[in-house]
Design a protein around this ligand. Structure first.
Ligand code: ZN
Ligand code: FE
Length: 274
């Protein structure tokens, strides 16, 4: 008899749903959580295919309908505990979370990070206790704040807030698995290449992602080191990005292209990008 049991691995699954959302399911043993279920049916289908699995928790990053639309039905059907941002209105009673709180879900410790910008109360969830296929790898559920090669639109926050939120996420471990809520990667990459056409890592990553999408496979999760190499919104202090933004807005006569202005115009360029 061996007393040396391997540490249990978790299983991470993106459920494609709605137009281009992913509802992330994390399994630990016979318990699961789902992040931002904008509809109940894909989650209920997944649970039906895994009859031993119990949905213990629903984690919500922000109040938009494509992230909370399925929460009430999932709670009614499964009794799952809901966690959500304290500063936003949730469809059902939930554990109201603020930055720097920690929660124990599925026996794992998740740290809450305030990431205002897309919405005013947006939070992200970070866990550094997860293992996949026996290898330790931290996990980030970042909703509509950080996308692969992009970031969320600024509906309720300022460029300075979003930049600070992205800085917070960028300081996590480089091997963190990054789990955004949307498959926006290819369109984000088209913009990223317009900003940094000579970025070799970006060119390689684009080829990989195009291949995945041709097979209808998710480009996600990404990981943080990859995003630092390709994501213009994490690279707004790089000379290549600063120069591209300044060249795109030649009429801007701000004497001081400070970090916030560069980020703000980069986001504006992406909003207008066709
Ligand atoms: Zn959203
Ligand atoms: Fe969304």
């Amino acid at each position: 008899m061996s007393s040396h049991l391997p540490a249990p691995s978790q299983i991470l699954t993106p459920l494609p749903a709605l137009t281009d959302n992913y509802f992330w399911v994390l399994q630990n043993g016979n318990q699961a959580l789902v992040v931002d279920p904008g509809a109940a049916e894909p989650v209920l289908d997944f649970l039906a295919q895994h009859p031993a699995l119990r949905l213990s928790a629903v984690l919500v990053t922000h109040h938009h309908a494509d992230h909370v639309g399925g929460v009430a039905e999932l709670v009614a059907r499964t009794g799952a505990q809901v966690y959500g941002p304290a500063l936003e209105k949730m469809p059902v009673p939930c554990v109201a979370l603020r930055g720097d709180q920690s929660i124990d879900v599925l026996g794992l410790d998740f740290k809450v990070i305030d990431v205002p910008g897309h919405t005013a109360g947006h939070i992200a969830y970070f866990c550094d206790q997860t293992q996949f296929n026996g290898a330790s790898s931290p996990l980030l559920f970042c909703g509509d704040t950080l996308f692969s090669a992009g970031c969320g639109r600024l509906f309720e926050g300022t460029p300075a807030q979003m930049r600070a939120s992205l800085d917070r996420l960028a300081s996590l471990p480089l091997n963190t698995r990054v789990c955004p809520a949307h498959e926006y990667t290819l369109s984000n990459l088209r913009f990223a290449l317009a900003v940094e056409p000579d970025n070799a890592a970006l060119q390689r990553y684009t080829q990989v992602c195009e291949g995945l999408r041709q097979q209808s496979l998710p480009t996600l999760p990404s990981h943080l080191a990859q995003e630092l190499a390709v994501n213009p919104f994490l690279r707004s202090r790089e000379n290549s990005v600063i120069q591209a933004v300044q060249q795109h807005y030649p009429g801007v006569t701000l004497t001081d292209w400070n970090e916030t202005n560069v980020f703000a115009y980069l986001r504006q360029w992406k909003n207008d990008f066709k």
